[in-house]
Design a protein around this ligand. Structure first.
Ligand SMILES: Cc1cc2nc3c(=O)[nH]c(=O)nc-3n(C[C@H](O)[C@H](O)[C@H](O)COP(=O)(O)OP(=O)(O)OC[C@H]3O[C@@H](n4cnc5c(N)ncnc54)[C@H](O)[C@@H]3O)c2cc1C
Length: 386
């Protein structure tokens, strides 16, 4: 057993950290947040340096890095700035669907445009009446001659208004039993937006405001049959397989965000004086830092372990769910405590810790809520009783 990263992994981490510290200007993040704008220029710049979807094979424009190496990059990005880091990562994350399940033609069409930063993508699973439970879909695609006719509504879709393509989970066989055996994923291109496909930005939200959150409405949209991801009827299984990996990446977002909040509070506690000395001198403050440090350390170990296992070809649902559940949870707790260290100042946008606090909240909701992760862990502990 070896707890050390390799020299090459440390190099990747350092390069990501240096890039993010230099480029992720907190003032820019605030401005973009007010405008609800995606950091397109930074996304492209990060991509030009190989930081976007680096796990994609070289044949499709990536560097073929491991999932653990990708985790290191995501962590550093979200540490340097939660809003910019999350926005950049979320624009590329959906491409895992194509990377894992796409055929050669589909990979050729989309993946190199993700790794070059030209394209952003969206995952469209959630519907108004299907969130945690995606075992059946109200969005239906009916096969007619050489294409599908797609109708239904998706909601809460990250990057909805800016994505260049959408991976849409839908029911292609409404008579299948159980229903999830009759689902497929269709790739819908941005240029299909028009009268049969509408994208509507949803209202103001608490955090991750550099991302768009949208409703997608399909009304008898014609989608060519060649846009079925991999094989028809496999959509639900593809979504479950996608989550195995994407969950680890979300957990890495959480570790980075928590570490970034810790860093800010740590610096502030050494500088801010009350009662004639830095607040870091007070033991109650130090205990707070010990608790934060321990939580981050535990979360990081869970995330690296889940990533390591994934890279070894082990599909460990419990390891991924533990990492996602715990890291998201502690990111919220650490951001709360880090803000507390700042006292009243932390409540104002000038100190970016409040943004970390707001950005943290989504981590326990998307990509499977905290409760759903606990269900997965619970079922794995009592396999024959649930
Ligand atoms: C900002 C944001 C971005 C998002 N991005 C995307 C995206 O890009 N693509 C996409 O497809 N979706 C996206 N989502 C949707 C997200 O994945 C869902 O919101 C989430 O899965 C929960 O679904 P729901 O909101 O319908 O809540 P529900 O499923 O209705 O759950 C409500 C509550 O009940 C709990 N609950 C439900 N079932 C159980 C159970 N069996 N046991 C215990 N508790 C349970 C949940 O944990 C939750 O607390 C996004 C959501 C948000 C807010």
């Amino acid at each position: 057993m070896n707890f050390e990263l390799t020299q090459s992994q440390r190099g990747i981490m350092t390069a990501a950290r240096e890039f993010a510290i230099k480029e992720f200007d907190p003032q820019l993040a605030l401005e973009l947040e007010k405008k609800h704008e995606f950091p397109k220029a930074l996304y492209k710049k990060a991509a030009s340096l190989g930081f976007v979807a680096p796990y994609v094979d070289e044949a499709y424009g990536g560097d073929g890095l491991s999932i653990l190496e990708n985790v290191l990059i995501v962590e550093e990005f979200c540490r340097a700035d939660s809003s910019i880091g999350l926005a950049i990562d979320l624009a590329a994350l959906p491409c895992k669907f194509l990377y894992r399940y796409g055929n050669h033609d589909q990979k050729t069409r989309y993946l190199s445009k993700i790794t070059s930063g030209e394209f952003g993508a969206a995952i469209a699973l959630t519907e108004p009446d299907h969130g945690s439970d995606i075992t059946s879909m109200d969005t239906i695609a009916t096969r007619k001659n050489g294409s599908y006719r797609l109708s239904g509504t998706k909601t809460f879709i990250t990057n909805g208004t800016i994505a260049d393509f959408y991976t849409v989970l839908c029911q292609t066989d409404p008579d299948a039993f159980p229903k999830y055996k009759g689902m497929s994923i269709l790739i819908v291109d941005r240029d299909m937006i028009g009268k049969n496909f509408q994208v509507n930005e949803l209202g103001e939200k608490m955090g991750i405001r550099l991302t768009s959150s949208a409703e997608l409405v399909f009304d008898d949209l014609e989608v060519p049959a060649k846009n079925v991801l991999g094989e028809a009827g496999k959509g639900f299984y593809q979504a479950m397989g996608f989550f195995e990996e994407s969950k680890i990446e979300i957990a890495a977002q959480a570790v980075g965000l928590a570490q970034g909040a810790f860093d800010m509070a740590y610096q502030y506690a050494k500088e801010r004086k009350q009662f004639g000395k830095p607040i870091a001198c007070f033991q109650a403050m130090q205990h707070k830092f010990v608790d934060m440090y321990l939580k981050i350390e535990n979360a990081r170990n869970l995330v690296y372990k889940a990533a390591f296992k994934f890279d070894q070809g082990q599909r460990d649902h419990r390891a991924a769910a533990l990492a996602k559940y715990y890291a998201a949870n502690i990111a919220n707790e650490v951001a709360y405590d880090a803000m507390q260290v700042f006292g009243g100042y932390g409540y104002f946008q000038e100190y970016k810790v409040e943004r970390y606090y707001r950005d943290a909240r989504i981590l326990s909701i998307y990509e499977g809520t905290a409760e759903i992760q606990k269900n997965i862990i619970g079922t794995s502990l009592f396999p024959n009783l649930t």
